[in-house]
Write a protein that binds this ligand. Structure first.
Ligand SMILES: NC(=O)c1ccc[n+]([C@@H]2O[C@H](COP(=O)([O-])OP(=O)(O)OC[C@H]3O[C@@H](n4cnc5c(N)ncnc54)[C@H](O)[C@@H]3O)[C@@H](O)[C@H]2O)c1
Length: 320
C-alpha cells in the first residue's frame, strides 16, 4: 500500500515507518520536526520506498494535497503529544491536534483518499468511572487540554465517516514506550538519575496507577488495521495490566543499578490533568486478533535500555 504517515519522524511514527517499509509498503512521511528527530529516520530516509515531506500540518495545509494525492491511507500520528504542559500554551492542542487534523481530513476529501487511522489517547476518558474502561464508557469531564483536543479530533473523524464516506479507525492508546521514546516518566526519571543517582524526585505520591505498552505491540495493532474495512471503529490499546509510578520507579532504578532516595512531590496526581488511574479494557482489539507481547515491566526496561544506549535522547528537553 501507499501509506502517508504524519508525524513519521516522531517516536511512534518512525517505528511505524520502519515497520511499513520492512513489509514492502511505500511510505510518505509528513513531519515538521517540532519533536521529531532526524536520526530516527536514518534508515528510512535513504530507503527507495520512502519520501519525506518536511511540512507543518497547521500552517502549510495547502501543501498537503500533492502529498496525499494518489495514496491509499493516512496514518495520522502528528500531534502535540505532550499532556503535562498544556496550560503553558493553551492554544497549542487546538491548533496541532484539532485544526491540523481537520486540515488532513480536508486534504484527503479533496484528493479522494478516504481511509485514515488516527492516534487518540486513553486520556479522552478523563477520570474514568469504569475501570477497566471500555470504548463505550460514559465520558466524564475532560481533565486536560490534550485529552479534550483528541476527543474533538475524534468527533471530526466520525463526522467525516458519516458525511463524507471516510473509513476511520481510532486507536485510544495508553502510554506507549520503547525504542526512540523521547518524553514521559521513564525519560524524566533516567534524566534525573543521570544528573544525580542519589536522589529521584517523583511527581505526586507515587500511587498513580498507569498502564503502559511497548511500541512494537502498538504498531502491530495499527498495521493490522491497514486493510480492514469499516465506517468508524474505536479500539483501546494497552497491556491488560497496570502498575504504580512507584513500582515503575523501582524497576527503572534496578535496571540502572542505582538506589536513590525517593522524594515525592505529594498529592494523588503528578500535575493538573494527570489521571490517577488509567487502565483500559482492550477486549475489543484482542477479539480482532491483536495481542501484546511485552509486559509493562518489560516495556519499561526496554525503554531504559534504549535510553542508556542512546544518551542523546535523554538530553533532549521536555516541552514546553
Ligand atoms: N507516546 C504515547 O505514549 C502516546 C499515547 C497516546 C497517544 N499518543 C499519540 O500518538 C501520536 C504519536 O505520539 P508520539 O509519542 O510518537 O509523539 P512524538 O512527539 O514523538 O511524535 C509526534 C510527531 O508529530 C510531528 N508533528 C507535530 N506537529 C506537527 C505538525 N503541525 N505538522 C507536522 N508534523 C507535526 C512531530 O515533529 C513529531 O515527529 C500522537 O498523536 C500522540 O498524541 C501517544
Amino acid at each position: 500500500m501507499n501509506v502517508v504517515v504524519t508525524g513519521g519522524a516522531g517516536f511512534i511514527g518512525s517505528n511505524l515507518t520502519d515497520d511499513l517499509l520492512a513489509s514492502g509498503h511505500q511510505v510518505r512521511i509528513i513531519d515538521n520536526f517540532s519533536t521529531g528527530q532526524r536520526p530516527f529516520l536514518s534508515e528510512a530516509s535513504s530507503h527507495p520506498n520512502c519520501d519525506l515531506f518536511e511540512l507543518d500540518l497547521f500552517t502549510q495545509s495547502e501543501c498537503l494535497l500533492d502529498v496525499i494525492h494518489g495514496t491509499d491511507i493516512v496514518v495520522h500520528l502528528a500531534a502535540n503529544a505532550d499532556v503535562r504542559f498544556g496550560w503553558d500554551h493553551p492554544g497549542r492542542d487546538l491548533e496541532q491536534n484539532v485544526v491540523a487534523t481537520h486540515n488532513v481530513l480536508e486534504a484527503m476529501r479533496t484528493t479522494g483518499v478516504r481511509r485514515i487511522l488516527f492516534s487518540s489517547t486513553g486520556s479522552v476518558y478523563g477520570e474514568a468511572s469504569v475501570i477497566p474502561t471500555p470504548e463505550d464508557a460514559p465520558f466524564p469531564v475532560q481533565t486536560s487540554l490534550y485529552g479534550a483536543s483528541k476527543l474533538a479530533a475524534e468527533g471530526l473523524l466520525q463526522a467525516y465517516a458519516e458525511g463524507a464516506g471516510f473509513e476511520v479507525t481510532i486507536f485510544r492508546f495508553v502510554s506507549v514506550m520503547g525504542a526512540r521514546y523521547t518524553h514521559g516518566h521513564v525519560v524524566d526519571f533516567v534524566r534525573k538519575l543521570r544528573r544525580d543517582p542519589s536522589k529521584l524526585e517523583i511527581l505526586g505520591d507515587g500511587s498513580q496507577r498507569k498502564s503502559y505498552m511497548d511500541v512494537s505491540d502498538c504498531i502491530a495493532a495499527v498495521t493490522a488495521q491497514l486493510d480492514r474495512d469499516h465506517r468508524c471503529e474505536v479500539f483501546n490499546l494497552g497491556v491488560d495490566d497496570y502498575c504504580s509510578i512507584a513500582e515503575s520507579a523501582g524497576w527503572i532504578c534496578a535496571r540502572l543499578g542505582v538506589d536513590p532516595e525517593l522524594v515525592y512531590s505529594g498529592g494523588d496526581r503528578g500535575w493538573v490533568g494527570d489521571n490517577p488511574f488509567i487502565f483500559l479494557d482492550t477486549a475489543k482489539a484482542r477479539a480482532a486478533g491483536w495481542e501484546t507481547h511485552f509486559s509493562i515491566r518489560e516495556a519499561v526496561e526496554r525503554t531504559v535500555d534504549y535510553l542508556v544506549e542512546h544518551p542523546w535522547v535523554v538530553d533532549l528537553q521536555d516541552a514546553p
